[in-house]
Each structure stands twice: as structure tokens, then as C-alpha cells.
Design a protein around this ligand. Structure first.
Ligand SMILES: [Zn+2]
Ligand SMILES: [Zn+2]
Length: 188
């Protein structure tokens, strides 16, 4: 292979890796915020995000009772609005499309982690075997008390790094004194 072609392919592969990693981190940040900040009584945030998150911890498989189209529709509209906005202000790029699409896939990946293995499509099994998609056992670490690690649900490579660095505890030291975390006993 011509060296320039190899460098170009390697560059695209590296960008894909970083964009998917960033999408997983964004999903993890959102999940951490849902699990950590405010309470069920916080206006808007409480009923829209905190309550479903608490319910998910109490009944992890309940999300399978909610039609997947409900969440996917809202996410698709959000992704479309972000991409349209980026296009209008001249920031549209393939990198943004990849980042937005994979960010939007966090919810689906999480749902698949709670789906019985026998019901998983073959493509999901293959992606998991290739260690490109997080599996149920990995996600289940988050469902063990005190639910303070493994916030990312997309890939298997982001959680080990963030958890071993103490990333979430560092973020809590910065954010919780300002915004509060009344329902986390360890942060009161
Ligand atoms: Zn959680
Ligand atoms: Zn879960």
C-alpha cells in the first residue's frame, strides 16, 4: 500500500476511535449527572431525568417495557436539530455526524445491555466479541451498589480508564458543592 494511503486510512481510523470515545464519554457524563445531581423534586430535571434513572436502578429491566421508539424518536430529533444547526453556522463535518450518531446510540446500547442474550441480533453479538460494543456483564458493574462507577454504556474501553483515574470522584468534588446531590448519601 502507498504510504500516503496508509497514513490517510490510519488518520480516519484514529478519528473514528476518538469520536466514538467522546460519544461514550458524553453519554457517561449525562448518566452521571442523572444519577448524581439534584433530586426527583428538582423542576424539569427531576421528573424528566432523575425519576427514570432512579427507577432504572430499582428495576433495571423495566426499560424493556418502554417502547424503544419513544426514546429513539426524541434522540433522532435532537441529533437532526444539532446537525441542522451546525450546517447553518458552517460547522457541519463528517466528524460531527459520526459524533452525533454515536452519541445518539448510547440509549440503544444501554437497552441492548439489558436485553436477554438470546434476543440479541447477531450483529450485536459480533460487535461485542470484537470488543467494539459494551456487553451486559460490563454494564452490570454499574448496577451493583453503590452505583458510582461504569457510567458509560457504549464501549468497553472508556469505563476502565475513567474509573481507575477517579474521574467521577474528581468531578463530584468540583460540581456537587455548587449544584448539590441530595439523594447520594455519600455526597451529602
Ligand atoms: Zn445509573
Ligand atoms: Zn442499566
Amino acid at each position: 500500500m502507498h504510504p500516503e494511503v496508509f497514513v490517510a486510512i490510519a488518520g480516519v481510523a484514529l478519528q473514528l476511535f476518538l469520536l466514538i470515545t467522546a460519544a461514550d464519554l458524553l453519554g457517561g457524563l449525562f448518566h452521571w449527572a442523572e444519577d448524581t445531581l439534584g433530586s426527583e423534586d428538582t423542576p424539569i430535571w427531576g421528573p424528566v431525568f432523575v425519576r427514570p434513572s432512579s427507577r432504572h436502578h430499582d428495576q433495571p429491566t423495566y426499560i424493556l417495557n418502554v417502547p424503544w421508539q419513544r426514546g429513539a424518536g426524541l434522540i433522532a430529533v435532537t441529533v437532526a436539530v444539532v446537525l441542522a444547526g451546525a450546517w447553518l453556522i458552517g460547522l457541519f463535518s463528517w466528524q460531527l455526524v459520526v459524533f452525533a450518531l454515536f452519541s445518539g446510540m448510547n440509549d440503544l446500547a444501554h437497552r441492548l445491555e439489558h436485553t436477554p442474550t438470546r434476543d440479541l441480533p447477531n450483529v450485536v453479538r459480533i460487535l461485542r466479541r470484537l470488543r467494539l460494543l459494551q456487553d451486559s456483564r460490563h454494564h452490570w458493574q454499574h448496577h451493583k451498589a453503590p452505583h458510582t462507577s461504569h457510567y458509560c454504556v457504549l464501549t468497553p474501553w472508556v469505563n476502565p480508564v475513567l474509573d481507575s483515574l477517579g474521574f467521577w470522584r474528581g468531578l463530584e468534588r468540583l460540581v456537587v458543592p455548587i449544584l448539590g446531590a441530595p439523594r447520594r448519601p455519600d455526597l451529602r
